[in-house]
Design a protein around this ligand. Structure first.
Ligand code: PMT
Length: 226
């Protein structure tokens, strides 16, 4: 019996990992299962929001009642985020976006070279989606990023909060058991643009998602009263 504080609010949630094509049968990917982002989408639905879920390839079934957009690469994700963010109130980026992609995508399957035991794949930087979003963000829009770290969690996550002009960053130390990629639980530290820092216990991803939505509701209430 959650109250429907977010009726009339539009939310974009990204989930899963991007895949960067090398050739027709190979890609660069990561361990994101989509579980965290899908839990966030469900938690926003439970509060009455209108949810667009933009997802990389996962084994999950999208929740009913979301507008579902499927993407593969970071470039496709960026296009869809920018397109949908313009008319949205809230963006939560739980997706694990590849930082690099192959410079060239081969149209044919790349063959082994029998004369060489080594093969070098040249990569180039992907755009930072949240930094692009920061440039078009209006005052009353709320943006939330995740930070997946293995060392110095708070410092690295705080840097991301600033660089990406976020209202909230959800930092997870993915080197810890039961935390981060491809598990049903998570343990996070919420770092807010108002400088508050709050760590949770190890909880289910649904519970983490509910806490995240509570924090976003407080922020939308503030930005509406300006
Ligand atoms: O999907 P699960 O298996 O449930 O795992 C959950 C998770 C570990 C993927 C999730 O909790 C998480 O931490 N997601 C963010 C992973 C990540 O890419 O973190 P990052 O620290 O590299 O990026 C920081 C933020 O910038 C993220 O919100 C990311 O979506 C965003 N980003 C990253 C790169 C890029 N080029 N553009 C971006 O906008």
């Amino acid at each position: 019996n959650l109250s429907k504080e977010l009726v009339g609010k539009k939310v974009v949630v990204t989930a899963g990992g991007t895949q960067e094509r090398i050739d027709p049968v190979r890609f660069i990917g990561n361990d994101s299962s989509g579980k965290m982002g899908y839990a966030v989408a469900r938690a926003f639905l439970a509060r009455g929001a209108e949810v667009t879920l933009i997802s990389g390839p996962t084994k999950l079934t999208p929740p009913n009642n979301v507008k579902f957009i499927s993407i593969e690469s970071a470039a496709e994700l960026q296009d869809q985020v920018i397109k949908n963010f313009a008319t949205s109130d809230i963006l939560v980026m739980a997706a694990a976006v590849a930082d690099f992609k192959p410079v060239k995508q081969s149209k044919q399957k790349i063959k082994k070279d029998p004369t060489n035991d080594r093969w070098t794949l040249e990569l180039t930087k992907n755009p930072d989606i949240l930094q692009a979003v920061a440039k078009i963000k209006r005052l009353n829009q709320v943006t939330v990023g995740f930070a997946a770290e293995t060392t110095d969690l708070i410092n690295h996550a705080t840097k991301k909060l600033c660089e990406k002009s976020l209202d909230l960053v959800v930092a997870n130390d993915v080197s810890q058991p039961g935390v981060g990629f491809n598990v049903d639980t998570n343990q996070v530290t919420f770092i807010s643009s108002d400088k508050t820092v709050e760590s949770t216990e190890l909880l289910t991803k649904s519970e983490i998602a509910e806490l995240l939505v509570d924090k976003v509701i407080k922020k939308t209430a503030k930005s509406n009263s300006i």
